[in-house]
Design a protein around this ligand. Sequence first.
Ligand SMILES: [Ca+2]
Ligand SMILES: [Ca+2]
Ligand SMILES: [Ca+2]
Length: 364
Amino acid sequence: MIFKLISNKKFLSFLIFLVFITSYNPNTYALNAYIRPDGDTTTIQWTSTAATHYTEIDEAVVQPTAGTTTDYVNNGGTATNLDRYTMGTISSVIQATQVVVWVYGYSTKNNSSTSVDLYYNGSLQNQGSVTFGTSYSWQSVTFTGLTLSQSDIDSLEIEITGDAGGRTYYVATLYADVTYTAGSLSADIVDSSGVSVSNPSINMSEKTFDFSSQSSTGTFGVSSQKIRVTNTTAGPSWTLSLAAVEGSGDYWSGASSDYDYNDPTSNAGDGSDSDTWGGQMSVDPSVGTITPQSGCTNTGLSLGSSSSYDEESSVNSITLMSATSSASTNCYWDLTGVSVNQSIPPEQPAGTYSINMVLTIVAN
Ligand SMILES: [Ca+2]
Ligand SMILES: [Ca+2]
Ligand SMILES: [Ca+2]
């Protein structure tokens, strides 16, 4: 009887596969940084409480905290007087899109407009103004829609001018709040030409019906579907991991039956987890290969250890590859040859089963 059954079933096979989806660190890398005056240019016509002007207005305060008014610059009551300062810079700028200049100042007459202009690349680029009252307060002007490069930011200078005569302008503190992008950190699955694969998947080895438990194997990361991490951010450290899309409650789904991917019970039996199936997936990244982009190295990168998804021990994510602070940036790395093993419960009905997996990259 049993042999007859095997014979009947033997032509029916499993075709099981994993489907991959990638996700990114939710950080979009739109960053903010404050830059402050760090030098006087040759255009210095205001009066300062010290020999240099920028040192009087560069305190490390951020509004709404009051600026330090014991040192300041003033325009000497002459509307045509200009004061222009070089500014500190920011590293790893891909593009700066907004600059908000905050000025802590006042005028001896109310409602006094003060020009605040941006110079970069050696010339006047953006003009704006703030309006002072008769006592110190923070006023700001926002420059939006900018496309400043690293060199633009490096060369940024800010000029101030009191717009009206018959009054004296005082500025005690000035800084710029810069919004910028600093590259991106991403994980993807790409083909041999480096083009993103739209519906990546891997076919696990086909098995025939069996009264005993058995294992299906597969390789994650092949030449036509390489796992690629690209890092153009300033931070070299990251971790790439693999998890089931639905987390600990996920399973291999078939047309008429299912089985487990995270049950540690031997022989693909069902354990104390929340479902009623057996089966466990193991991933071994340690046998994989990391290939750096031409001109880059694998310094600071390491492969994850072999591990199995385990609902009872809360192993829901497996690290495939990680990078430490000694890793390079502005590089990509391709991971191939990660071994995947899935145990199949005894007497599992033949059919096609699948599970959706997600690759996640997180900056550390
Ligand atoms: Ca000051
Ligand atoms: Ca389970
Ligand atoms: Ca189970």
